[in-house]
Design a protein around this ligand. Structure first.
Ligand code: V47
Ligand code: SF4
Length: 362
């Protein structure tokens, strides 16, 4: 069968455009959702993945630390924040150091993000970063989402650029992609009514990129949004990336429905999730890495996603990432390097260890 037959007359022209590496419009991305089959999307996304990263699939060695589960916001999808005073915690810098110490020699990155604490601002978290950096100077610190940083700046009456510069000076190397959720204002109001707007999330990331701090971008999908709203979300990221070039990776996060106030919403089927990965790979032609966050979705699902454009499996993680274990991911969120490499090999790709900014580690 040739490609014209495989795609059929209605789909062939757009498929050709994608094979040639051309940018597709939001209307064309919607057509991919509505009219293309999973095998067609798998082929197209794999081709575009090969243009970005050949047959490589990246992983890194890291630890996730959640400094607090206390949060000023009440996102309806969140299973993570403290349910009562007795359930709440805030780690000191020393407690974080103690968590990192046993694995420090075996990792290259510490990923720090948690709830948005009502009292502590830039000064407090700068001090925390400084202690971590001084203790582990070789570790890359990826810390605090745009939502956390926006709130910290308000606490200390600082402008965003000033706050970011202070965090960077204290040891911040890059930012994770959380808090983006879905930018559509109406949907955002329904799922996280108190959270700052999507525009604020984009502005803070733009300012970070302007200061040379790279970041990731996420999208929470599979709840009450529709395909067009997913594409508009990715469209806003693509436009910012054209200007700022600071996003390293895009991470679609499938909504998990356990133990939160949106538990009545059924989770999406795996095939819909795979289509979302594939379309993200094809549409986001300027964000080179597409990450499946395996502790959230499971090993099997993460492995399958490699056939739909994913080229990055977030690291060998040695800590409990409670935001997901509570929301319905039952995986033990630790996988050894050799298990992770084998999982990638079995999917037909070459495992490559990376550092936090995607330099290959030999
Ligand atoms: O912003 C919360 C999501 C995010 C649920 O940058 C949920 O490398 C699904 O952003 N179902 C935080 N998702 C985690 C995050 C992240 C994870 C891994 C790697 C990186 C990176 C970033 O978790 C939140 C929210 O979108 N989330 N609750 C839930 N019930
Ligand atoms: Fe707080 Fe984040 Fe949960 Fe929202 S998703 S309530 S900001 S911890």
């Amino acid at each position: 069968m040739n490609t014209a037959e495989f795609f059929g007359s209605e789909q062939h022209e757009l498929a050709q455009k994608i094979f040639e590496g051309q940018r597709i419009s939001e209307e064309e991305a919607l057509k991919l959702f509505l009219e293309f089959t999973p095998p067609q999307l798998s082929l197209l996304a794999t081709e575009r993945k090969r243009m970005a990263s050949q047959d490589k699939v990246f992983y890194n060695r890291n630890i996730h630390v959640e400094p607090t589960n206390i949060c000023v916001y009440n996102c309806r999808f969140c299973s993570y924040k403290a349910k009562s005073e007795a359930d709440s915690y805030l780690f000191s810098a020393q407690e974080i150091v103690d968590k990192i110490a046993p694995v420090a020699e075996n990792i290259t990155e510490v990923h720090i993000t948690g709830g948005v604490h009502p009292d502590w601002g830039i000064h407090f978290f700068s001090k925390m970063l400084r202690i971590i950096k001084e203790t582990f100077p070789k570790l890359h610190i990826k810390a605090f989402t745009a939502v956390e940083i926006g709130f910290m700046c308000r606490i200390d009456n600082m402008g965003i650029a000033e706050g970011l510069a202070a965090l960077r000076e204290a040891g911040l190397d890059s930012m994770p992609g959380g808090g983006a959720e879905i930018f559509d204002e109406e949907i955002r109001l329904r799922i996280s009514p108190e959270k700052p707007s999507g525009q604020e999330w984009l502005d803070i990331n733009a300012q970070a990129h302007a200061l040379g701090i790279p970041s990731n971008a996420t999208m929470l999908f599979g709840h009450v949004e529709n395909f067009s709203q997913r594409i508009a979300h990715m469209g806003a990221l693509r436009s910012l990336q054209d200007k700022s070039k600071g996003f390293n990776a895009f991470i679609p996060l499938k909504f998990r429905n356990r133990d939160n106030r949106m538990s009545d919403i059924a989770e999406t089927a795996a095939i819909e999730d795979m289509k979302t990965y594939a379309i993200a790979r094809i549409f986001l032609d300027n964000i080179f890495h597409l990450k499946a966050y395996w502790p959230a979705v499971g090993r099997d699902f993460a492995q399958l996603s490699l056939q739909f454009g994913v080229d990055d499996l977030d690291g060998t993680i040695n800590d409990s990432t409670t935001i997901y274990t509570r929301a319905g991911s039952f995986e033990n969120p630790a996988m050894s390097t050799s298990e992770l490499r084998q999982l990638i090999l079995d999917a037909g790709f070459s495992p490559v260890e990376r550092d936090s900014v995607y330099n290959e580690i030999k």
